[in-house]
Structures are given as C-alpha cells and as structure tokens.
Design a protein around this ligand. Structure first.
Ligand SMILES: Nc1nc2c(ncn2[C@@H]2O[C@H](COP(=O)(O)OP(=O)(O)O)[C@@H](O)[C@H]2O)c(=O)[nH]1
Ligand SMILES: [Mg+2]
Ligand SMILES: [Zn+2]
Length: 259
C-alpha cells in the first residue's frame, strides 16, 4: 500500500486506520439504515451496532429515507433510543441533517451500513459544494485490486471528517463468547441479575436476560441477535481448540496421554 491509497483494512480502536494523515483516529461509526427501499432487518442493524461496539467505537444509529416512512413505522426503532444515539434523516429532503451535523462535529466518523440505504447520498447532502470532498480514493484505486474496499472522505470542517464505505456487513464478528454480553448495553443491564456470574444466557438456570425477554422488557430481536453471535462465537472457539489439538497430536507431543 502506498501513500496515495487509503484503505480501511480493519476497524481498530484508537488506531490510525487510514494512511491519509488527516483521517487519523476514527472515533465514531454512523450505522446508516433505512426502513424501506431497502428494508434493513433488525438483525443487520444489531450486527452493525455490535461490530462498532466491538471495535471500541461509539455507534450512532442513523435512519435515512424518513421521507418514505410514517411516524408509526419509525416507532419500531424506539427501543434503540434507550441504548444508542439515534438520528432520523432524509438525504433527499435534508430533514434531520443539522442534528446529524451536531453528532459528527469534531469527530472522524465512518458511515457503515448495507448498500442502497443512502450513505453516499448523505455524504453529498452534507456537503452541497462538491469541492469540499478532499479525497476520492475510489478513482485513484480503479486500477488496483478489485476486492480492495475503498473509502471516500469528506472533510466538513477543520476537525470533522466523514468517511463513506461500501459497508462491512459481511465482516465476521470475532468475539469470545464471554465478551458478547458487554457489546449489548441492554443485555448487560439485565445480566447483572443473572444467578451466575459469567452467565452466557444460554442454558444456565436463573438467567435474568431470558426472564427479561419472557416478560417483554427486552426485545426478542436483540436476544436472537445475541444468541446468533453466541453460537457463531462458540463454534469458532471449538474449531480453534480442535485445530490446536490436531496440531499437538500430529507433532506427537501429547504422547504422555497414550498408554
Ligand atoms: N427517498 C429517498 N431516497 C434516497 C434517500 N437517500 C438516498 N436515496 C436513494 O437511495 C438510492 C441509494 O443511495 P446511495 O447513496 O447510493 O446508497 P449507498 O449504497 O448506501 O451509498 C439512490 O437511488 C438514492 O437516490 C432519501 O433520503 N430518500
Ligand atoms: Mg455508496
Ligand atoms: Zn443470563
């Protein structure tokens, strides 16, 4: 990678992830979603929020295309307001853009979210004068490796940067099972009441998280997202130990276990 090419290879906390010198330290992820055209399902919303949290970045849930939905449809996301910053915008009508600007101010934010939800449109709506766009990496990168993810960066003012990405929904979440609870602020709250410390809210008795779901205090979709990540994470751990075991066995270093 040379100095001209800024590539997000991995989102890491408090680390300069871009080679462009002025885009140091991404400190916020704006999870852009839409409720229609396309519908972003709740699982994907949770996945983006959890991935940002896992990377040590505070996520903001930004619902775009509100010109296409009713108040009632928007209310479906009300639960999220208790645990995350939520902003509702329309890149088309500019509704909510001032509130979004406040959230962006003084930070380096990366726009994440499924394709088609309007991330690039939002970037353009935030900056009506195209000349403010400081770096168009996609253009420079055209001859490069096609699988390389590219980033477009908009500098809104001296200390405010917004980066557009093609989204990273298919990035695998690599978290140990025991660390998952901490990535869901709502689950974490109820987990304090679980009978066992370190409860994974799986098969353990006296699980307060499961109780909260049963009583409707905790959204079922959040628990489903948690459980999905948990089994993925448990599968990964199992494979890791199986690989370690096989390696050890092949090397014959575990002879002491044979009689
Ligand atoms: N009605 C409506 N359409 C929008 C809005 N924002 C973006 N779009 C449309 O959604 C489509 C995808 O937008 P784009 O910015 O390319 O999405 P991206 O893939 O997330 O970057 C385009 O046809 C946009 O014109 C919005 O706020 N309202
Ligand atoms: Mg785009
Ligand atoms: Zn529990």
């Amino acid at each position: 990678m040379d100095e001209e090419h800024a590539v997000v290879e991995k989102i890491l906390p408090r680390t300069q992830i871009l080679e462009h010198p002025r885009a140091a330290n991404i400190n916020q992820v704006i999870v852009v979603v839409s409720l229609v055209d396309p519908v972003t399902d709740l699982f994907l919303i949770d996945k983006f929020l959890v991935m940002a949290t896992a990377a040590g970045l505070a996520p903001v849930l930004c619902v775009n295309k509100i010109d296409l939905v009713s108040e009632k449809q928007l209310a479906a996301l009300n639960d999220y307001r208790r645990w995350y910053q939520v902003c509702t915008v329309s890149a088309l009508t500019s509704t909510g853009l001032d509130a979004l600007r406040v959230l962006l101010k003084g930070k380096s934010s990366v726009l994440a979210g499924p394709s088609g939800v309007g991330k690039t449109s939002l970037l353009n709506a935030l900056s009506p004068t195209f000349s403010l766009r400081t770096h168009d990496v996609s253009h420079k990168n055209k001859h490069g490796v096609h699988t390389t993810r590219f980033v477009e960066m908009l500098q809104l003012n001296e200390d405010t940067f917004v980066l557009d990405t093609p989204g990273f929904s298919n990035v695998a979440l690599t978290v140990e099972p025991r660390d998952l609870t901490g990535l869901f602020p709502d689950i974490q709250l109820y987990a304090k009441e679980c009978r066992f410390q370190g409860c994974l809210h799986d098969q353990e008795p006296g699980c307060a998280v499961k109780d909260a779901v049963a009583h409707g205090y905790l959204a079922q979709s959040r628990f489903i997202a948690y459980s999905t990540f948990l089994s993925e994470s448990q599968d990964k751990s199992r494979h890791k130990y199986q690989r370690q075991y096989k390696k050890t066995y092949r090397k014959g270093t575990n002879n002491k276990w044979r009689s």
